[in-house]
Design a protein around this ligand. Structure first.
Ligand code: RUB
Length: 419
């Protein structure tokens, strides 16, 4: 054990009302040294003794390892609340999830969970409308049916006019919700303002044609100030939702948008999350990302589709979804979003596993339908109707040509679920 890391340990259980508590797993040659190195580096310490260190600083601000499982490489560390600036999510991460991931004392490090005290949580806004608010906006509070959403495909390249036409077809076919893709912002082929105006026209047209409420989430992800300007533009045009790539934009950007007070629900796309969440031995878990996102204030969050194209075990996704819908401090519940590689034939399995308090998003599974976008959207709703009435999909497809065509195209796809 290096002397400089000694003393960052305590036998006392921390008070959860006055400490942030982080759960880590790690691989290291000397577990006790490694755990204390994490506590030191993420609070007041560094690799050497400091002539500038005052006893009062160490006493008040040092993080402490209060549980160490050296055999399995696990530790829980308590951080005094005074370490944190209220309402500053980037600073929280720079602290508990900053330098520590690169320390030589550790071969790998994983931040599994993060508990924050009520007093600190209160300094963040949380979801503006939450799951129930989004349901209210779309009029599904009573039926409790899943929301069906689409991502216009191709991801990028369509003009605003083409994009809006695809949107209209999706809405009329039965989609409640439509979002831009994660890499669409304001490129030359699709300037943001024009895209928003045209898609909102499609929302209006589709609402009058179907008598149903529709919602569009334009992707406002950009430089922080620009994100706020884009969100304000959406609001000024009568838009009812925005989307943010919460990882690539960062928590600073997300906070700027949330704190702008626009009261627009935020659809949170997690593009790039797997760079730090996928390796089970290193990085930051999706659970930690979900906690931060909810605390800062998103209303819908991608958590994994279980039956789709992206990683994420059933156990993990169901745990995340249950937590998002459950009570946590005074924050509203968040709508979990299943997305990535879903086609209509996967809808019954997804609903059987994950339930109906869910947004089901599909891109390729709608715009890849052999008879086009409207038929793709209809096939999704038909798959839901079949499931709701307990009719096997093959049976239902006999009287529903859109579902039948989906069978012809995707019937051979294997549904793989990682437990
Ligand atoms: C959806 C798509 C989304 C993923 C992201 O398109 O690519 O960006 O949902 O994954 P498609 P996740 O329906 O054609 O696959 O939701 O797991 O973050």
């Amino acid at each position: 054990m290096r002397d400089v890391y000694k003393g960052y340990v305590t036998g006392e259980k921390p008070n959860p009302d006055t400490h942030v508590i982080a759960s880590f797993r790690f691989h290291a040659r000397d577990a006790a040294n490694a755990a204390q190195a994490i506590a030191a580096e993420s609070s007041v310490g560094t690799w050497t003794e400091l002539s500038t260190m005052k006893p009062r600083i160490r006493k008040r601000l040092a993080a402490k390892v209060f549980r160490l499982d050296a055999k399995n490489g696990a530790a829980e560390i308590a951080y005094p609340l005074a370490l944190f600036e209220p309402g500053n999510a980037p600073q929280l991460l720079s602290d508990v999830a900053g330098n520590v991931f690169g320390m030589r004392e550790l071969d790998s490090l994983r931040l599994e969970d993060l508990q924050v005290p009520k007093a600190y949580a209160k300094s963040f806004k949380g979801p503006a409308v939450g799951l129930e608010g989004v349901r209210k906006m779309l009029g599904t509070g009573k039926s409790r049916r899943p929301h069906f959403g689409t991502i216009v495909k191709p991801k990028v390249g369509l003009t605003p006019k083409e994009n809006a036409e695809v949107g209209f077809e999706s809405f009329v076919g039965g989609m409640d919700f439509l979002k831009d893709d994660e890499n669409l912002s304001s490129q030359s082929f699709s300037p943001f303002e024009e895209r928003v105006v045209r898609m909102l026209e499609s929302v209006d047209r589709a609402e009058s044609e179907t008598g149903e409420r529709k919602m569009y989430a334009p992707n406002v992800t950009a430089e922080t100030g620009e994100m706020v300007r884009r969100a304000e533009f959406v609001k000024s045009q009568g838009g009812t939702c925005i989307m943010v790539d919460i990882v690539t934009a960062g928590f600073s950007g997300l906070q700027s948008v949330r704190n702008a007070g626009l009261k627009l629900p935020i659809h949170a796309h997690r593009a790039m999350y797997a760079a730090f969440a996928r390796n089970p031995d290193h990085g930051i878990s999706m659970m930690v990302l979900a906690r931060l996102a909810r605390m800062v204030g998103v209303d819908q969050l991608h958590t994994g589709a279980i039956v789709g194209k992206m990683e994420g075990s059933k156990h993990e996704v169901l745990g995340l979804n249950a937590w998002l819908r459950d009570k946590w401090h005074s924050f509203r519940p968040v709508f979990p979003v299943a997305s990535g590689g879903i086609d209509p034939l996967r809808v019954p399995s997804l609903l059987a596993i994950a339930g109906t308090e869910l947004v089901i998003n599909a891109g390729g599974g709608i715009h890849g339908h052999p008879d086009g976008t409207r038929a793709g959207a209809m096939a999704f709703r038909q798959a839901y109707d079949a499931w709701r009435m307990g009719i096997p999909l093959e049976e239902y497809a006999k009287g529903h040509k859109e579902l039948a065509a989906a069978f012809r195209k995707w019937g051979g796809r294997r549904i793989g679920v990682t437990e």
